[in-house]
Design a protein around this ligand. Structure first.
Ligand SMILES: Cc1ncc(COP(=O)(O)O)c(C=O)c1O
Length: 227
């Protein structure tokens, strides 16, 4: 018998998306033609200066420990971005650089949630949020968004009704995977209002924050993207 994982780790399921991907890869390896509607691989390359800087860093031997929060120059650049883009007075010392959005959500979840806490998810939502919450021993509580004129909409009543004395946080994702929905100002005000009223954290996953800008820049039309 081998030692068991923690009950929290034992409680999480696998990823349906990764499972589908593995099965598709196995079929492709056998020569079956696969039409891939799966993993959201970007159809553009990282900008050339980023790739060049990465190659230069490897060549220059910049492979030693740095501040675990990330390079100061990078945190300063992120703070300036937050000030210019969102008008936030971000302190580089309060920023942590992570490997991707899930890395940040994972650290934030472990920093904020404890067994027995409840965390609200605005559904439909990105699948792994549920596992990230479960891994901390907290309970993920799905709040179904209302469907109005072809949009998934955040409304006050269902969100307020889901809050209990155990609620710790709301996880927000805009633009949203899987729906593509961009939250509008009244919806953001509802979320912020409930969070303030009940002293809740908001974890905001903004991994796709530039997509509306990119689409606007390309002259492309999307029915999902609101003002
Ligand atoms: C909403 C959302 N958050 C996070 C991620 C993962 O981001 P990262 O690869 O930066 O961890 C994805 C990837 O599909 C996503 O759709």
């Amino acid at each position: 018998m081998s030692p068991s994982p923690s009950p929290f780790a034992a409680a999480i399921g696998g990823s349906a998306v990764v499972d589908a991907r593995r099965r598709a890869d196995a079929l492709a390896a056998r020569g079956v033609e696969i039409l891939d509607f799966g993993i959201g691989e970007p159809d553009f390359e990282p900008p050339a200066p980023v790739r060049e800087a990465l190659i230069r860093a490897v060549r220059e031997g910049r492979d030693k420990y740095v501040d675990p929060r990330g390079l100061l120059a990078l945190r300063e650049a992120i703070a300036s971005f937050e000030t210019e883009r969102h008008g936030l007075a971000a302190d580089p010392d309060a920023l942590v650089v992570t490997t991707g959005s899930v890395g940040a959500l994972s650290l934030a979840s472990r920093a904020l949630f404890a067994p027995g806490d409840e965390v609200l998810l605005l559904e439909p939502c990105y699948g792994p949020y549920r596992n990230l919450v479960t891994l901390t021993g907290a309970v993920a509580v799905g709040v179904a968004c209302a469907k109005r004129s072809g949009r998934f909409v955040v409304e006050r009543e269902p969100l307020a009704a889901a809050v209990t004395a155990k609620t710790r946080a709301i996880i927000v994702n805009s633009p949203c995977n899987p729906t593509g929905r961009v939250l509008r100002e009244p919806e953001l005000r509802i979320i912020a209002g409930i969070a303030e009223e009940h002293d809740l954290w908001i974890l905001s996953d903004e991994v796709y924050t530039d997509i509306p800008r990119m689409i606007a820049g390309s002259g492309h039309q999307s029915s999902h993207l609101g003002p």
